[in-house]
Design a protein around this ligand. Structure first.
Ligand code: ZN
Length: 303
């Protein structure tokens, strides 16, 4: 016979430290400096004292990259929960909660606009929407952003910020890796540049596909970039991992990244790279661009 009952409370998840909270003052999680919120925004969400890079949302990211206005595409695409997936709660409920919290319909915003005058197709991922996970909608929107770039002869910039593939969409989310990669191959065949910007965190299926496929791969300082988490790797290889493993600077040293750039210099760096990569070779006549040059050859055995 039970004399009293203990009401079990679920353990609360720890608050995300690197997200800029609402309010007038923000405490830097790295150096504990109190920063006036407006100063932080004016400084590209970077701590003025220790250069800690706060996580930024997709819209803020576009604001940091583009000269002014931009045109957004496919904002209405929504996941249909094709697997009727339920974990601790139904996937449809998770989607609804994220849509209400972020005001966006999925974890990526795709737009075209100008970066120092260069018209560019940009896809920026939104971490606060189910961990920036890549489901069918993210894959489709990024693919469309790349195809739009091929049609209009634009360079592509993708800002990655993701926990990886969206497990609530199972293998359908894994198929997005192949889909986006194939679109990037078509972009490459069309002779158009792609710059990948890897921000904290870029992991799982996103790292294993388009995040690492840039003509230039740029990391933000101290960003966590990897495929599996360090604990899983340690258990698998039974070795202690080196200091700073899976951080931008370590990956730069080991040849996985081409550059690590402070966010305050990101726009000018991307613009400089785009100018170098889109410039016609001197003396050469500009090659005529026909849709035929862009289409893929038929695979063997295809009709
Ligand atoms: Zn700081």
């Amino acid at each position: 016979m039970a004399w009293f009952k203990r009401v079990r409370k679920p353990i609360a998840a720890p608050e995300k430290a690197s997200r800029v909270p609402e309010g007038l003052w923000v405490k830097c999680p790295d150096c504990a400096q109190a920063i006036y919120n407006k100063d932080l925004v004016a400084n590209s969400h970077v701590c003025p004292k220790c250069s800690h890079h706060f996580r930024v949302g997709a819209t803020d990211r576009l604001r940091l990259l583009f000269d002014g206005e931009w045109a957004e595409y496919d904002p209405g695409l929504r996941s249909t929960d094709p697997l009727n997936f339920i974990d601790t709660k139904p996937y449809t409920q998770r989607l609804k909660a994220s849509i209400n919290a972020t005001g966006a319909n999925d974890a990526v915003v795709c737009a075209t606009g100008r970066i120092e005058g260069i018209e560019t197709s940009v896809a920026a991922m939104e971490y606060s929407f189910i961990g920036g996970s890549m489901g069918v909608v993210v894959g489709e929107k990024i693919t469309r952003a790349i195809e739009r770039a091929i049609d209009r002869r634009l360079p592509v910039v993708i800002v990655c910020c993701s926990g990886g593939a969206r497990m609530m969409e199972g293998t359908l989310s894994l198929m997005q890796m192949a889909k986006v990669s194939a679109a990037l191959a078509r972009l490459d065949r069309a002779g158009l540049p792609y710059i990948s910007v890897l921000t904290d965190p870029t992991t799982g299926g996103v790292t294993a596909s388009f995040a690492m496929l840039g003509d230039v791969n740029i990391g933000e300082p101290k960003a966590l970039i990897g495929f599996a988490g360090p604990r899983v790797i340690e258990q698998t290889i039974r070795q202690k991992l080196p200091e700073g493993f899976q951080r931008s600077e370590f990956l730069l040293q080991h040849g996985m990244l081409d550059l690590v750039i402070d966010r305050r210099e990101m726009k000018s760096t991307i613009a400089r790279l785009l100018r170098i990569m889109t410039e016609e070779p001197r003396g050469a006549a500009p090659a005529p661009v026909t849709p035929a040059a862009v289409t893929e050859p038929n695979p063997v055995g295809a009709a």
